[in-house]
Design a protein around this ligand. Sequence first.
Ligand SMILES: C[S@@+](CC[C@H](N)C(=O)[O-])C[C@H]1O[C@@H](n2cnc3c(N)ncnc32)[C@H](O)[C@@H]1O
Length: 216
Amino acid sequence: MSQSNDFTPAAGRFLPTSAYDRLLAVLTREARWRSELLESLAPRNGERILDVGCGTGSFAILVKQAAPYAEVVGIDPDEHARCIAKAKAAAAGIEIEWMSGFARDAANFGQFDKVVSSLVFHQVPVAEKQAGLAAMFAAAKQGGRIIVADYARQNSWLMRQAFKIVQSADGRTNTQPNADGFLEAELARIGGVSVTAEWSLDTPTGTISIFSLLKE
Ligand SMILES: C[S@@+](CC[C@H](N)C(=O)[O-])C[C@H]1O[C@@H](n2cnc3c(N)ncnc32)[C@H](O)[C@@H]1O
């Protein structure tokens, strides 16, 4: 498997990462899916929680605010995104560990009660989708949970058209496998169980789904 250090940044290939938070709010019905993701993660004080591809930190910050005595670690390969995340956490007065890393590195940061990722896997190469999901599974403790929110299979004609906005920003090669159902198939392969979205939301840029897997 290739171990490229290239990555697609948060706002895609053509726009600066500084524009990401504003774009996301408008283009993904962000408040709706983030609150559902938080409910699915159900963070508890005392837990160790890893956010893979944490980007500008919005979700990790919500997690820490919901469970102030949880240990929250965010990893992302993009230094600029991590700087924005760090500034946002400092402004909110909370402490999160922001580390440099790819999804495939997830298991190098120890063992976690919950490992989460949002809007990352649609924009990474297939080899990284496989290695990253496997590393998230490896980073979860026995009995721990892996939760992924992302653009996965796009079921309707309308959502396939809407997803073309994401495909033009992030490239078709990495995004099309998600639209064709790669994410659910790979999670099922890794977990050894059948996996369907526990929740889905149609947005102006395609359907965003949440998947939850228990490590038994
Ligand atoms: C669309 S942003 C999502 C950020 C954040 N999770 C959120 O919910 O707003 C995708 C993030 O994935 C990061 N990324 C890209 N390739 C990655 C990889 N192979 N492993 C981990 N993160 C990656 C990017 O740097 C970017 O910050």
